[in-house]
Design a protein around this ligand. Structure first.
Ligand code: CP
Length: 308
């Protein structure tokens, strides 16, 4: 089967480090990559809303000299007539060289990869995985801290439905002496399978807490997340939980001077806009890093598929 990336675990530690190296080279020498994907096509199939992921994939392909074809919503494709993910992907394989797929159902990207003749990149499948957001997060951490080891990372907000959190935990548990502080309301804790199969299985230290303030002074990285309204079964629960954590300047009084504040975005209310000017705010740098990592990944997968 052609190599696809559905989960961050589909990439070895060496591959992750190679992707980061290429992304840094693209940042330094963009002209060297301007024709790398000439006459190649990326299909972005987005059956769930997106701003950053779809547009950064598309910008990435244009900056590599390639072209893009796109489905930007479920109701604008034959999915609305009942076409399966597998048939959609078999069809798109006839037009494009690589696919980025976002779908509301967990497992849709795996189904797509099995049906496809071209590489499939999971651009988010329900509450499951979002590996290219993790690539953006990793490049941001690397550029800010220069390492992945010896870090205390606070993950705060909706840790149950936040697929970026699950992928980031999986990625960082490859490195030494990473300590996780899992900050969430009781109802939105990290799923037990992530704690059991990843954190406990690999022997990583973690604490679960509802208090951001208590752990703030210890954090090297604070990864804020939005409460995922679209994954709730009832609106009342969402309304009760949505403002559980709002990062305001006063809450940073005891934070480290070199704390890095990340957020996969979109932000709803979790970080006060006044923090955007704080040098510790890295979330718009993360957006930019996401494009470079997607460029790096498109190049890798097209090379391995023999298409460039
Ligand atoms: N971070 C992220 O996935 O953003 P979008 O939903 O806008 O793509």
């Amino acid at each position: 089967m052609i190599k696809s990336v559905i989960d961050i675990l589909d990439l070895s530690t060496e591959e992750l480090e190679e992707l980061i190296k290429t992304a840094q080279d693209i940042i330094s020498n963009p002209d060297d990559y301007a024709d790398a994907c000439r006459r190649k096509k990326l299909a972005t199939l987005f059956f769930e809303p997106s701003t950053r992921t779809r547009l950064s994939f598309e910008a990435a392909m244009y900056e590599l000299g390639g072209n893009v074809i796109s489905v930007s919503s479920a109701d604008s494709s034959s999915a609305a007539k009942g076409e399966s993910v597998a048939d959609t992907v078999k069809t798109v394989s006839c037009y494009a060289d690589i696919i980025a797929l976002r779908h509301p159902k967990e497992g849709a990207a795996t189904v797509a990869a099995h049906a496809s003749k071209i590489p499939v990149i999971n651009a988010g499948d329900g509450g499951h995985c979002h590996p290219t957001q993790t690539l953006a997060d990793l490049l941001t951490i690397y550029r800010e801290k220069g390492r992945f080891s010896d870090l205390t990372i606070g993950l705060c907000g909706d840790l149950k439905f936040g697929r970026t959190v699950h992928s980031l935990i999986n990625a960082l548990t490859r490195y030494n002496n990473v300590r996780f502080v899992l900050i969430s309301p009781e109802e939105l804790k990290v799923p037990s399978y992530v704690k059991r199969d990843v954190l406990k299985e690999k022997g990583y230290s973690y604490v679960q807490t509802t208090s951001l303030e208590s752990y703030m002074p210890e954090l090297d990285i604070l990864y804020m997340t939005r409460v995922q309204r679209e994954r709730f079964f009832n609106e009342e629960d969402y309304l009760r939980l949505k403002d559980s954590y709002i990062l305001t300047p006063d809450k940073l009084t005891n934070a480290k001077k070199d704390l890095s504040i990340l957020h996969p975005l979109p932000r709803v209310n979790e970080i006060a806009v006044s923090i955007d000017d704080d040098p510790r705010a890295c979330y718009f740098k993360q957006v930019s890093n996401g494009k470079y990592m997607r460029m790096s990944l498109i190049l890798k997968l097209l090379k391995e598929a023999g298409r460039i």
